[in-house]
Design a protein around this ligand. Structure first.
Ligand code: TTP
Ligand code: MG
Ligand code: MG
Length: 389
């Protein structure tokens, strides 16, 4: 280990179901299940109510869920909406913390090493996510990615738990090795056949015998994992392909003139950020979220790359006029993309947390390999459902 680290893992609660619930708040409190309708469809997400009532969980055949809970609300997945929500969440993380590794759509690791109060930082981040997106998340804070990931599960939903390695070793001693991401059912069964059915057993196991049974790579890996040791670094997500500024209003705005003025301010803010990075883009987009959470984005490409506030707001105002909102507006945003050269990496250019404004990059939804070398567990085994998870 190269010194003490503080790593947080943040994971959205019942992500797809929560995104559905925020635009259909009348369904709150009901069991909601997001799944396809074909004969081979599986559950992508079950709301916590559906989990409690009938043990419905991700990857369960949809037919089983319908049999167990015929009265639940079944919703077809809307991946665009989940990607959009993911972008919003990740933008907030990046606006608050310099080193962020996004994993799939609904989770990320954050490096909080050296911060005065990691817990206060993550509390602020969770609050900002809730206020901006209407979604809750759970956070685990510990010494490594491995432990942060395990810890974020402990407080679900809407939890914030700090658990350092020494405590974790005690707390999880009698748990199954399956607690460790990457140790799936097959490996667990093999371990059990060796008489290793708890993490404490595995911790005491001789690395040589593990090596003999599981091979030169997996044996030592298991041994280390059982000590809850992990020094994997964070891999910062790739460069931004777009920059945007948006604002959620304290009270919804109806007045078109006022909306136009807000676009001017947002455009000036965005232009300032682009100028600071010496970036010029050709595609200006606006984002308009109405009071019922319907969200519309419209984009227009101009012939010459720009980072001029007037040029940006002219396009933004045109787009808003052509798509005049029919209901009160809850959030307004302006985005620039199609840069004339690639933007600088996010990690080297942390963006300060602005008043309700966030800076966002694309590319949050990167596919991620499974956590361990055993190949039978972890994120790698989930159904793909045609989505970059
Ligand atoms: P998860 O974070 O694993 O689960 P979740 O957010 O639904 O619930 P939790 O509160 O326990 O974190 O996955 C995030 C999203 O990924 C989930 O909402 C739907 C999708 N997903 C699938 O499509 N198939 C799967 O098997 C799993 C596990 C998730
Ligand atoms: Mg989740
Ligand atoms: Mg997740």
């Amino acid at each position: 280990m190269t010194g003490e680290r503080t790593i947080a893992h943040l994971d959205m609660d019942a992500f797809y179901a929560s995104v559905e619930l925020r635009r259909r708040p009348e369904l709150r409190g009901k069991p909601v299940i997001v799944c396809g309708s074909g004969p081979r469809a599986v559950v992508t997400t079950a709301s916590y109510e559906a989990r409690r009532l009938a043990g419905i969980h991700s990857a369960m055949p949809a037919a089983t869920a319908r049999r167990r809970l015929p009265d639940a609300v079944y919703i077809k997945p809307d991946f665009d909406a989940y990607r959009e929500a993911s972008r919003e969440v990740m933008a907030i993380l990046r606006a608050n913390v310099e080193v962020v590794e996004v994993v799939g759509l609904d989770e990320a690791y954050l490096d909080l090493t050296g911060l005065y109060s990691p817990k206060a930082t993550m509390r602020r981040v969770s609050t900002q996510i809730l206020e901006t997106t209407g979604l809750t998340c759970s956070v685990g804070i510990s010494d490594s990615k491995l432990l942060a990931k395990i810890t974020s599960e402990l407080g679900k939903p809407a939890g914030l738990v700090v658990l350092r390695r020494a405590e974790a070793l005690e707390r999880f001693a009698s748990e199954s090795p399956g607690l460790i991401p990457g140790i799936g059912p097959k490996t667990r069964a093999r371990l059990e056949r060796q008489g290793l059915s708890t993490l404490a057993d595995l911790r005491r196991a001789d690395v040589k015998s593990l090596q003999a049974t599981f091979g030169p790579r997996t044996g030592p890996w298991l041994h280390r994992r059982a000590q809850l040791l992990d020094d994997a670094p964070l891999t910062v997500s790739r460069e931004s392909k777009s920059h945007s500024v948006e604002r959620t209003f304290d009270t919804d705005v109806r007045d078109p003139q006022r909306l136009g003025e807000i676009l001017d301010t947002l455009s000036a803010d965005l232009a300032g950020r682009l100028q600071k990075r010496d970036l010029r883009g050709k595609t200006v987009a606006i984002k308009v979220r109405l009071d019922d959470w319907t969200t519309l984005t419209r984009a227009r490409t101009v012939p010459v790359p720009t980072n001029d506030a007037m040029a940006i707001t002219t396009v933004a105002r045109d787009l808003l006029r052509e798509n005049a909102p029919q209901r009160p507006v809850r959030l307004l945003g302006v985005r620039m993309a199609s840069f004339d050269r690639p933007g600088p990496a996010d990690a080297e250019n942390p963006t300060p947390a602005g008043e309700g404004g966030v800076d966002e990059g694309d590319g949050e939804a990167e596919p991620q390999p499974s956590a361990g070398p055993t190949g039978d567990g972890g994120a790698g085994s989930r159904p793909q459902l045609g989505l970059d998870l």
